[in-house]
Ligand binder design. Structure first.
Ligand code: 13P
Ligand code: SF4
Length: 300
């Protein structure tokens, strides 16, 4: 069955001149069929560089929107349009506009895990891989960071800048507790603990390294350690293991499973390619201002 559907997807992708790209949290069979996998920054850059006519985005809504912002001439497909990101929905353009109106003027740094409409109100975007570089690139000493309070807390520990934090969070990363981490550290004392900056400050304090999802894959490759505790969504265990067959990876908590990142199936990809269904297209009046903030990040 899997082989049949895999062949069908490959054939359809060829016919439609489509590229399939997947986030590192997607299920194994989706990562295996993808032409490219990566973290949010890599996927944004790759989506802007391909000459395919169609991009099938295996991830969540904001990722497909970013591809549409960068490549308006391409058809961007999200095989399950109900794959969203609860953190992205924790800041609305209305609430952000109200904050901006009430406070002194300052740059707005927006995590890519946000809607296109919020990006349109933004000075510059960032991802977990470049948040420190982006923060330091701004001339201003004070800024607002949306929507992830944990990412903003992390950035604040790494720079001297004043960072106002929006009160959003990823429900799965935010739920990881120091107690769960300590338990895993006691069980695997030789393991390196890698944490994602979406985790709470008390968890990041226990981390040996803090990195994006692809950052963790690279760290595991380069490290002399042979075992690792992984403080991010458990989908990352698959590409970590694939890239490091001789090493062992333990989840910090098996409860860190993002429901939305697990929605897309091979059958959804085939149907989306066949009917060009699930198109995500950001309207021009939002796309143009949003593009400036994404482009500014990519060019840095
Ligand atoms: P990165 O892959 O950029 O680290 O992003 C993590 C994430 O939560 C994406 O939804
Ligand atoms: Fe959003 Fe968290 Fe899922 Fe990433 S892992 S898509 S931040 S809910």
């Amino acid at each position: 069955m899997d082989q049949e559907i895999t062949d069908k997807i490959k054939q359809l992708a060829k016919e439609k001149n489509a590229i399939i790209i997947a986030h590192n949290y997607e299920p194994p069979e989706i990562q295996d069929i993808a032409d490219l996998c990566g973290d949010s920054l890599e996927l944004s850059i790759k989506a802007s560089q391909t000459d395919a006519d169609v991009i099938v985005f295996c991830g969540v809504q904001f990722m497909a929107e970013t591809a549409s912002i960068l490549s308006p001439e391409k058809t961007i497909l999200l095989p399950r349009t109900d794959a969203g990101c609860p953190m992205a929905d924790m800041v609305t353009p209305e609430a952000l506009k109200a904050w901006i109106a009430k406070n002194p003027p300052m740059p707005v740094v927006t995590y890519v895990n946000s809607t296109a409409a919020v990006k349109a109100l933004t000075t510059i975007c960032c991802t977990s891989a470049n948040v420190i570089k982006i923060t330091n690139s701004l001339e201003e000493n004070e800024m607002l960071m949306v929507p992830d309070r944990n990412l903003a807390n992390y950035a604040a520990t790494q720079t001297d800048k004043i960072i106002h934090k929006w009160d959003g969070y990823c429900p799965f990363h935010n739920a990881l507790t120091p107690e769960q981490v300590i338990k895993q550290k006691q069980a695997y004392p030789d393991a390196l603990f890698m944490a994602h900056p979406e985790c709470r400050a008390e968890v990041l304090e226990l981390a040996d390294v803090i990195a994006s999802t692809s950052g963790m894959i690279n760290i595991a490759k380069e490290s002399e350690r042979t075992s690792f505790i992984v403080g991010t969504e458990i989908g990352l265990l698959y590409p970590l293991q694939k890239a490091n067959p001789g090493k062992t990876f333990y989840p910090a908590s098996t409860a860190m499973e993002c429901v939305d990142m697990k929605k897309i199936t091979l059958a959804d990809i085939a149907a989306s390619l066949e009917n060009l269904s699930g198109e995500v297209k950001v309207p021009e009046e939002i796309r143009v201002p949003a593009l400036a903030s994404v482009q500014r990040m990519i060019e840095l």
